[in-house]
Design a protein around this ligand. Sequence first.
Ligand SMILES: [Zn+2]
Length: 382
Amino acid sequence: MQTVRVATFDRPGARPQIRTVPRPRVPDKAALIQIGVCGVCGTDLHILQGHWPTPLPWPLTLGHELAGVIVEKGPALEADFMGQPLTVGCKVMLPPLMPCGTCYYCVHYPTHANRCLNPTYYGRYLPFEKPPHLWGGWAEMVYIDLDLLPATKVYRLPDRMSLRLGSLAEPLTACVRALNRAVAVGGFRAGSTVVIQGSGPIGVLALAAAREMGAGRVIVVGAPEQPRLALCRQFGADATVSLETHTTPQARIDAVRQVVGRFGADVVVECSGHPSAGPEGIEMLRDGGTYVEMGQFTDAGPIATNWHRFCVKDIIVVGSWAFTANDIPVAIDLLDRACTRYPWPQMQTCFPFTEAGVHEAIHSALALRCVKATIVLNEGIG
Ligand SMILES: [Zn+2]
């Protein structure tokens, strides 16, 4: 194969064009990967619908759920990211976003290297300055060069794994991480009841991940029945709730709660990307449950509120309502320990226990004339 066929898009909304580029020379730390299979991701669809918030180097070659075989390799490219040997004939995948390893986030917040300040997207612009580039998986080959882009990460796939299965590794990774985020806050345990909002590819993979990670019952809310909800049941969903038959948020919330019991689910994972899924999903949770937002993963529209920023910023949002009996001694101890370190009495404006005093205490508080209105009944007793 002396030329490589590459699908490119001239602009959002354009039809794909198969272009031909010369097969590049492969230097010392580079490789050519013949692509076997590459998925279509929601990100690709956003880009092609013109939702991407920042300029992109059109014409573009898309496709990042790729699995292929190394067909040519420089001698210095010896191992994958995990140290497994790489040879011609190895099956590999590449993730779409590869952290630089050296920026502030990569160095100081390695578990958030997904928010790398200087990430590499495949062999960005390689090997050609002008498009089409050999860097998207909707092409016969992808070219990587670790001398030019050292952050490039290659992962070897097991020899026995089909490339078709291997192309699911990247989106499944996102689902496993999302559930591990719930594990990290103590929200997901063996036997936890999980609701998955969304029955697209991420919903199905999140369902499989939840089951493999020890979930109890798993319920999927989505549509349409064919092919999506039927497939979810084949993947082991204990129940599915259809948006086609349950057309209001309350109907879906009631249906989920009917399945999971009166208190609601332990974990809800949002995989639909629908802007109104969040408030609805919260009502499917039991009090004290954990909500994981992974569907609203982009600043690309359509955007109703800034709810999607929970996902984009990879943050933990924690609700806190009042306290438990075991929290109170901690506060008593704190007050005792710190009694001289803060001017506690200065936050208290005292009022006598008379009708006028109580009335004035209430109105001082309402009018923000004091910080903590405090009614003193008999300070003499202690
Ligand atoms: Zn970085």
